[in-house]
Design a protein around this ligand. Sequence first.
Ligand SMILES: NC(=O)c1ccc[n+]([C@@H]2O[C@H](COP(=O)([O-])OP(=O)(O)OC[C@H]3O[C@@H](n4cnc5c(N)ncnc54)[C@H](OP(=O)(O)O)[C@@H]3O)[C@@H](O)[C@H]2O)c1
Length: 337
Amino acid sequence: MLFLFKFLSIVIVFFHCRATAKDDDPIVVIVTGASSGIGKATALEFAKDKRFKVYATMRDTSKWNIQSNHNYTIGNLVVASLDVTKDSSVEAFQKHVLETDRKVDVIINNAGYGIAGTLEMVDIEDAKKLFDVNVWGIVRVLQAFLPSMRSSRPGHIINLSSTSGLRGVPAYEYYTASKFALEGMMDSFRYSVLPFNIAVTNLNAGPVITSFTDRFGDVTAGGIGTRDPSDPSLFLQSLTQRMIESLNQRMQTDEAQSSESVAEIIVNLVLQKLDNPDMTKIPFNMGTSKQSQKLLESVRVVPSGWGDIQRRLLTYIEPLIKQYVVSSNTITTNNEL
Ligand SMILES: NC(=O)c1ccc[n+]([C@@H]2O[C@H](COP(=O)([O-])OP(=O)(O)OC[C@H]3O[C@@H](n4cnc5c(N)ncnc54)[C@H](OP(=O)(O)O)[C@@H]3O)[C@@H](O)[C@H]2O)c1
């Protein structure tokens, strides 16, 4: 087993040297949902380092500059239009990025929102819209960019998951379900990108002070479910109100962190991956605060994500990982390895 891990490290160092030595281009980063909160802070944090070229994407680019409702560039930052629920928007953005930069190295899947309200209080169409952003939005973006990521330098996909992806939360059934879906999907997906030296990390954030909890007026952007649950006792409504209040209260405590502190963690993770080609040293799950890391450790057998269970799964695919090597733009088998 130890041999397998050592072997993987050697293969990955090999890829790393090949990729970085031939390429002085900027490290291309895409951040989704960068109009506000964590996404905006993350795009700005990446832009401080001139080695990165950052696509700060959002549905409405005038949210950053009221004068501009089209793509525009400020230094190494490109503010670009992207609605992760629309195939045409993802296609247009993909075309723009690949025509300009030919590749993508890092994707921060951040766009997302929650709906308060128990299972019966949320209309199924509103729940589907939430999944369209929080789950299918990520799938659309990855399907568009994975082919180019596989043939570029070592990559990293970081997903804004949540402590709500680790355990249920009263009156947040659909938000929790979307983050659990993300966790399960990524836990399988990470093996498919392993030979291409693309790391996957789910960040399990606790409360972060953003507009996330200010959007209660609009059910398609973080509001409260609008369906009447026919509950004369009003327990369901009271439960929902209690949980909204408690989240707002937690936002006033030391437990809540700033978007900027999450952004620093994200950029440091990406730099760690670039400097350390051993994929198994990059966490799969990571809390963004002491409290969220503690919760992660209490629910996961292997909080960082590479333990005996994963090593056993790796043995099934080890011969394949041995064979596959990335060569400039195509994937070929390498019999020397
Ligand atoms: N804040 C927290 O306590 C917390 C905790 C754990 C995890 N998270 C996660 O962190 C991520 C960011 O949330 P935040 O707290 O920074 O909240 P936020 O300030 O409300 O940001 C959410 C972002 O998602 C975008 N978005 C929504 N629908 C979209 C779509 N169809 N296409 C593209 N972008 C879309 C929003 O854009 P518009 O402005 O166009 O609506 C906004 O930019 C979310 O995935 C959330 O689940 C947040």
